[in-house]
Design a protein around this ligand. Structure first.
Ligand SMILES: Nc1ncnc2c1ncn2[C@@H]1O[C@H](COP(=O)(O)OP(=O)(O)OP(=O)(O)O)[C@@H](O)[C@H]1O
Length: 370
């Protein structure tokens, strides 16, 4: 798939932008802070209704404006669809396909699929477990868009349950109601858990292979990932078995949870372990190894999505400045065959030869083809 046209209104620094795109490589070149990342962020936003840079929508609306619009023509198997989202902070976003409104903006998710490489990726390795959980969930939703709803339900159940737990020590009524929320937590949590376990299984072989490619001298057995749940699942993987196990564990931890006023069991407490050889990556790996692992996770995601049968759009946001010449060339060779690659760089010379393609100069609010 590829985006053939991007239109922005009041998105980030752009009052208006209109950019024609082609399959193959397009690089956006311009000095720092000129709005290169803002362009690719808009396409990434369309794919997941979330940004790779911020957790809320407010910073995506141009300062002083009250809503933003991102519209893209997406070509897939020779057919074009126009996808549009209107961002209304504090209110529900509105989405349309070919100008027809969708009942829920969420239905747009996954129609464009992107994999973004960016300097923020280092947090996949060095950040909190929540960063790695988000990585898994974003990938889950891209592969199976209906899971966006399951994730949202789980978060809602968790919030409700946590607010009940905060009052449970004082209130008999709250304690009685908790049972209902235990069942919701177990049911939605088990679905998230089962999907994540299956995803990690599917992703593992690609991670080893990708690490071997990006880290000089490494073999495909060096890098590995493992899903670490908040309690021992004893080999259970099916949704029904996991629902039962979660419910039993929640009941077993009831005292702790009431004392601490917070939910201690469920996929919101899980971790994705990253390992190089016998050692965990976090706290042990060198800076270069950490970078290679982060790149490998993104490349593995790309390979997995591709194996599902559709080439996602690759976005390389500001990554070349972070890499030495050899690794730049390696990454460029790996991605050069993708159906569409969008690159941002402050210095044109940082973009490797293998990614010669269309170039746009970005500056002063303008995006001009070179
Ligand atoms: N909501 C917003 N309203 C107005 N301007 C914004 C908004 N959000 C970001 N900007 C501006 O956009 C600019 C950043 O754009 P962007 O991140 O695309 O830069 P870039 O060209 O990728 O730069 P770099 O090379 O440094 O990564 C900053 O000047 C910032 O002030």
């Amino acid at each position: 798939m590829y985006v053939s046209h991007l239109t922005l209104h009041d998105f980030r620094s752009y009052a208006a932008a209109d950019v024609a795109l082609e399959p193959g490589v397009t690089a956006f070149i311009g000095r720092n802070g000129q709005g290169k990342t803002n362009l690719v962020e808009a396409i990434d936003y369309l794919s997941r209704l979330a940004s790779h840079r911020v957790a809320t929508d407010a910073p995506l609306i141009r300062a002083g404006a009250d809503r933003a619009v991102v519209r893209a023509s997406v070509v897939r198997d020779g057919r074009t669809a126009v996808l549009e989202v209107e961002l209304n902070p504090g209110k529900a976003n509105r989405a349309r396909i070919n100008r027809s409104p969708l009942p829920r903006a969420r239905e747009l998710i996954g129609l464009v699929r992107t994999v973004v490489f960016s300097p923020e990726d280092l947090t996949l390795v060095k950040g909190d477990p929540s960063d790695r959980r988000r990585f898994l969930d974003d990938l889950l939703v891209l592969r199976t868009p209906r899971l966006a709803g399951v994730r949202a339900d789980y978060d809602r159940v968790l919030r409700q349950r946590n607010s009940l737990l905060k009052t449970a020590r004082m209130s008999r009524g709250a304690l009685d109601t908790l049972g209902v929320w235990d069942a919701h937590l177990a049911r939605t949590g088990a679905e998230v858990l089962a999907e994540r376990l299956a995803l990690v299984d599917a992703l593992r072989p690609y991670v080893g292979k990708a690490y071997e490619t990006v880290a000089r001298g490494a073999t495909r057995d060096d890098a590995d990932i493992e899903y670490k749940p908040s309690f021992d699942l004893e080999g259970r993987t099916s949704r029904d078995d996991l629902t039962e196990a979660l419910l039993a564990e929640v009941e077993r931890r009831r005292g702790d949870e009431v004392d601490r006023g917070i939910s201690l069991v469920g996929p919101h407490r899980d971790e994705l372990l990253l390992r190089l050889g016998d050692l965990p990556v976090k706290g042990y790996a060198s800076h270069g190894e950490s970078w290679s692992f982060a790149l490998a996770l993104r490349l593995a995601s790309y390979d997995l999505l591709r194996a599902d049968g559709d080439d996602p759009i690759l976005i390389l946001d500001d990554v070349f400045a972070e890499l030495d010449t050899e690794r730049r060339a390696q990454l460029a060779d790996l991605v050069a065959g993708a159906e569409q690659v969008l690159v941002t760089a402050a210095v044109g010379a940082d973009v490797p030869e293998a990614l010669a393609g269309v170039r746009y100069l970005v500056g002063g609010g303008e995006v001009v083809r070179e």
